[in-house]
Design a protein around this ligand. Structure first.
Ligand SMILES: *[C@@H]1O[C@H](CO)[C@@H](O)[C@H](O)[C@H]1NC(C)=O
Ligand SMILES: *[C@@H]1O[C@H](CO)[C@@H](O)[C@H](O)[C@H]1NC(C)=O
Ligand SMILES: *[C@@H]1O[C@H](CO)[C@@H](O)[C@H](O)[C@H]1NC(C)=O
Ligand SMILES: *[C@@H]1O[C@H](CO)[C@@H](O)[C@H](O)[C@H]1NC(C)=O
Ligand SMILES: *[C@@H]1O[C@H](CO)[C@@H](O)[C@H](O)[C@H]1NC(C)=O
Ligand SMILES: *[C@@H]1O[C@H](CO)[C@@H](O)[C@H](O)[C@H]1NC(C)=O
Ligand SMILES: *[C@@H]1O[C@H](CO)[C@@H](O)[C@H](O)[C@H]1NC(C)=O
Ligand SMILES: *[C@@H]1O[C@H](CO)[C@@H](O)[C@H](O)[C@H]1NC(C)=O
Ligand SMILES: *[C@@H]1O[C@H](CO)[C@@H](O)[C@H](O)[C@H]1NC(C)=O
Ligand SMILES: *[C@@H]1O[C@H](CO)[C@@H](O)[C@H](O)[C@H]1NC(C)=O
Ligand SMILES: *[C@@H]1O[C@H](CO)[C@@H](O)[C@H](O)[C@H]1NC(C)=O
Ligand SMILES: *[C@@H]1O[C@H](CO)[C@@H](O)[C@H](O)[C@H]1NC(C)=O
Length: 575
């Protein structure tokens, strides 16, 4: 009897396992489709160093040109251009380590793949069209060259012939990686190249036109590097809230600001602001003058008109450290608001050359020009922003500081992803080791069933366990939470870095507001052009000007996406 029962069971098992595994095949094919149709998100490699003259910022590393030149860039949530520092950006009168301070230079001249942008036949120098509403101006040399992610030899992704501008102006001290896609038809010249993000999407390197970014900081968990994921986000870095906001490319990531309060309940914003930009290009928080006045009173700040910063004396600095205020920004529109709280440490930044001649602590608040309000990079130290250009939505979340932070990359799929019913026609794109060779054909299923009989006779226990495991896993979860291969190699826990000591520029005397004398090759008209507006002084003067909105809008990219996508209703991000 007993023998009989065992025989019966062993006859049932193959059938059950075949059933389970057929389910498994269906599930596997679903995975094949999503994997083959959509690439994994791209994690931008951190330089693992801290750079900048307006604070210490976690930069990201790229190679440009042939042979490759390594540069460190900061992400700009408002720009669609990639900027690197031109050799003209460091002059004989500058600090000797100027090139290091600025994240290293990119000498287009030394790159065999550099191709100047001669849309304007007479020159490759064009005005920089970023933060013009805040009074920033300058010129860049535009062209095309190859960009590779990561340090040399790290095997990072390469994009050929990308649009790049080299800048000399010191008002933008570091090079930038623009995260905004550019519209197809925006330009006064014909045929503009797509932005870096669009190139990635066009070449199917990212699953969707989207990103997740937080700036990192030096005051949490013994320094936390910035995190930038394209086509996804790192869910380990923030506290989920279920709010998402819609935007259109013309206005950037604009959100309402309902209130600013200190930890002790003091209100610092006299009236709500309808739209404030989440813009990581600059560190500053631009608020209405009345709000700045409230800050001045609350924290005993004094505006230094010469350098256009709230510089702190040692006494003011230590008083603030003692006071240690936290500041909460209530974003959104009632009742859909999210609170982001910044500790004083987030505002405790140092200004250094060429903003000031001696490294000085300052408070990164500025008086708004022309009703242009901004939450700058300072804010991104404690906020995680996810932006999806395909649905025209973004979310803002408070960062979380679990120790250790264990990276968990979530893919953002395009809006029509779930409607995909086409069979796995791109099996060749399967990652190695994946369920290759599985076909939907009946022959394949029969083959598998035969294989199953073989397997269950020789390795029944193992298969049973596997079937049970697979049944336990919800496939939908698997499909939307693909972990890229890169996830393992990326920094999961905080890394301790050496103190900033070596990077603090030696105090030198700079011409107090006067232009340093640049030695320019006389024949290189372009060089002098690109240098002509690179003084902070000029920026300060310009800042006081009134900039027309019309001017800004000409430069605003018009959506390349369908209006239906851009104005889709506010919705939460999947999953
Ligand atoms: C470009 O190369 C030429 C020839 O080697 C050199 O004279 C010129 O100074 C270089 N320009 C820059 C900006 O490096
Ligand atoms: C091309 O550049 C020259 C020199 O900078 C400038 O005068 C001219 O207006 C530019 N052309 C266009 C179409 O912008
Ligand atoms: C790079 O792109 C620009 C703009 O499309 C084009 O004019 C140029 O020929 C390209 N260069 C190379 C080397 O492909
Ligand atoms: C770009 O395209 C949009 C929609 O097709 C159109 O409304 C807009 O006027 C265009 N902009 C330019 C500068 O051509
Ligand atoms: C060259 O640069 C200018 C200024 O940014 C831009 O408007 C133009 O579209 C670029 N040309 C190409 C072919 O990308
Ligand atoms: C990439 O861009 C080229 C040129 O604009 C276009 O023909 C092609 O369809 C694009 N590919 C994808 C996948 O968007
Ligand atoms: C999500 O939204 C609902 C209302 O729509 C709210 O009751 C709930 O508290 C929210 N959850 C979180 C985590 O914010
Ligand atoms: C505010 O700062 C000034 C220095 O700028 C200092 O003299 C003054 O005592 C401070 N006031 C308070 C209330 O801390
Ligand atoms: C403003 O800052 C500069 C540079 O640190 C300093 O020389 C100047 O005295 C300051 N001005 C005021 C009014 O504090
Ligand atoms: C996906 O399918 C749903 C339901 O069939 C439909 O409402 C939606 O518009 C589709 N999305 C796209 C992008 O086609
Ligand atoms: C989703 O939409 C994009 C653009 O609208 C299209 O290129 C892509 O093929 C679509 N994907 C699927 C799976 O339908
Ligand atoms: C700046 O202010 C002027 C006058 O108040 C206004 O016409 C213009 O639209 C404003 N520009 C911006 C960019 O806000």
């Amino acid at each position: 009897m007993r023998v009989n029962r065992i025989v019966k069971q062993s006859q049932k098992w193959p059938f059950m396992i075949a059933l389970a595994l057929m389910l498994n095949i269906q599930f596997a094919v679903g995975q094949v489709q999503s994997r083959s149709t959509y690439p994994a998100p791209v994690i931008i490699p951190s330089s693992e160093s801290w750079d900048g003259n307006d604070g210490s910022w976690s930069s990201f590393v790229f190679q440009i040109g042939t042979p490759p030149q390594t540069v460190k860039l900061l992400p700009s949530t408002a720009s669609y251009e990639t900027w690197a520092i031109d050799p003209q950006g460091c002059q004989p009168g500058d600090l000797p380590n100027c090139h290091t301070l600025r994240g290293e230079l990119y000498n287009y001249n030394a790159s065999s793949t550099w191709d100047p942008n001669l849309s304007n036949v007479t020159t490759d120098i064009y005005p920089l069209e970023l933060e013009t509403a805040l009074g920033y101006t300058g010129k860049g040399r535009y062209g095309f060259d190859d960009i590779t992610l990561g340090y040399i030899g790290s095997g990072g992704l390469t994009l050929k012939n990308q649009s790049i501008a080299t800048i000399a102006t010191k008002s933008f001290f570091m090079g930038l990686l623009g995260l905004t896609p550019r519209s197809d038809n925006f330009t006064s010249f014909n045929d503009p190249l797509p932005s870096f993000m669009q190139s990635l999407q066009n070449q199917s390197k990212i699953p969707s036109l989207s990103w997740g970014y937080t700036a990192g900081n030096q005051y949490r968990l013994q320094k936390v590097l910035g995190s930038l994921v394209l086509g996804g986000y790192d869910s380990s870095r923030f506290v989920k809230n279920n709010l998402s906001f819609s935007f259109d490319l013309d206005n950037g990531l604009a959100i309402g600001l309902e209130a600013i309060t200190t930890g002790t309940g003091q209100a610092l914003l006299p009236a709500p602001i309808e739209a404030i930009s989440l813009d990581s290009t600059l560190p500053y928080i631009y608020l209405p003058t009345e709000a700045c006045t409230q800050f001045e009173t609350a924290f005993n700040l004094t505006w230094n008109d010469t350098v256009q910063l709230y510089l702190l004396t040692d006494a003011q600095h230590s008083a603030l450290e003692t006071q240690n205020p936290s500041i909460t920004f209530r974003l959104g529109t009632s009742p859909n608001t999210v609170d982001i709280t910044l500790p004083y440490a987030a505002f405790d930044l140092n200004a250094s050359w060429p903003l000031v001649s001696t490294t000085t602590p300052y408070f990164p608040l500025r008086r708004a020009v022309n009703n242009t309000y901004v939450l700058g990079r300072t804010f991104f130290q404690e906020a995680y922003v996810i932006t999806d250009y395909e649905t025209g939505t973004f979310s803002v979340s408070q960062c979380q500081w679990d120790n250790p932070l264990t990276q968990n990359i979530i893919t953002i799929l395009p809006p029509n992803a779930t409607n995909s019913t086409s069979p796995a026609t791109t099996v060749h794109k399967l990652p190695t080791g994946a369920i290759a060779g599985i076909s939907l054909g009946g022959a394949a299923i029969i083959l598998v069933v035969i294989l199953l009989f073989y397997l269950c006779h020789f390795r029944p226990r193992r298969e049973r366990q596997r079937a049970a495991e697979l049944e336990a896993k919800p496939p939908a979860h698997q499909e939307t939470t693909l972990k890229p291969e890169m996830a393992d190699t990326s920094v999961a826990s905080p890394v301790v870095y050496e103190a900033e000591g070596t990077k603090i520029p030696i105090p030198v005397e700079i011409d107090d507001g006067e232009r340093p004398i640049y030695e320019l090759p006389a024949r290189e008209a372009a060089a002098s052009e690109i240098n002509s507006v690179n003084e902070p002084r000029e920026i300060i003067e310009r800042r006081n000007h009134v900039f027309s909105k019309a001017e800004k809008q000409v430069l605003s990219p018009v959506s390349a996406l369908s209006s239906k996508q851009m104005f889709s209703p506010v919705s939460a991000f999947t999953p």
